[in-house]
Design a protein around this ligand. Structure first.
Ligand code: 13P
Length: 255
């Protein structure tokens, strides 16, 4: 099935509310009216409100980079799904490798968050991917399988259209080392096969699988033209309007 491409920008811990507002305005001015590609911007929590104002009335959607699975309570420093919803957030990145490796997020924690996202009508962008050591040990597919299966425990076929998966090889994140189109397609096709087993064939064909890891305008067209690559989760190149907009245009150009 041919899915509409999705380009999502993960700003990570970059941009104040004011800087984010300016960047989002530039993105909206360039791609806020087109309808060929879905576009999501994921600023830090503190810029959600200002970026939300900038994208209002455009096709650009607002995403968060993490959330706590509980709705409220004594969880100092955390932010919940209803809090995000109140700021018109529609998407949430979950299980990013930086959260797994730097903040100790387990597969079980990621699973709780995925279920909480669905319960609150937020679309999860579930991140999976292997480290360099794991790739070199030949365990890429096993790692991706475990992360995907554990994160999706309890997810049903009816939720597939709202599910987004991002394959992000850890060794390609922020390093300038991009996976080759063949390397990425191999893992994307494998994830599609896992989804068929977990959700059934028709539902699996509705899940968008994004590639993330040093995607830039110069390598996007080749990656995005692979059969099972339905878009990109962009870090560094999402921090400037020009490169992010070029990526949206590259996705629009892929037939
Ligand atoms: P880079 O595009 O900077 O490699 O980051 C990818 C990423 O981690 C997006 O979530």
């Amino acid at each position: 099935m041919h899915l509409k491409k999705l380009i999502a920008g993960n700003w990570k811990m970059n941009k104040t509310a004011g800087d984010g507002l300016a960047l989002a305005k530039d993105v909206v001015a360039a791609v806020g009216k087109q309808n060929e590609v879905d576009v999501v911007i994921c600023p830090p929590f503190t810029a959600l409100e200002s970026v939300g104002r900038a994208v209002e009335g455009s096709v650009v959607r607002l995403g968060a980079q993490n959330m706590h699975p509980e709705a409220q309570g004594a969880f100092t420093g955390e932010v919940s799904a209803p809090m995000l919803r109140a700021l018109f957030v529609t998407h949430v990145i979950l299980g990013h490798s930086e959260r797994r490796s730097l903040f100790g997020e387990t597969d079980a924690a990621v699973n709780h968050k995925v279920l909480a996202a669905f319960k609150n009508q937020l679309k999860p962008i579930l991140c999976v991917g292997e480290s360099l050591a794991e790739r070199e040990a030949g365990s890429t597919l096993k790692v991706v399988q475990t992360q995907t299966e554990r994160a999706l425990e309890g997810v049903g076929a009816d939720q597939a259209a709202s599910l987004i998966i991002a394959y992000e090889p850890v060794w390609a994140i922020g390093t300038g080392k991009v996976a080759t189109a063949d390397q990425a397609q191999e893992v994307h096709a494998f994830i599609r096969g896992l989804l068929v087993k977990i959700l059934g064939e028709p539902a699996a064909q509705r899940v968008r699988i994004l590639y993330g890891g040093s995607m830039k305008p110069s390598n996007a067209a080749e990656l995005l033209s692979q059969k099972d690559i339905d878009g990109g989760l962009i870090g560094g190149a999402a921090l400037e309007a020009r490169s992010f907009v070029e990526l949206v245009k590259a996705a629009a150009a892929v037939k």
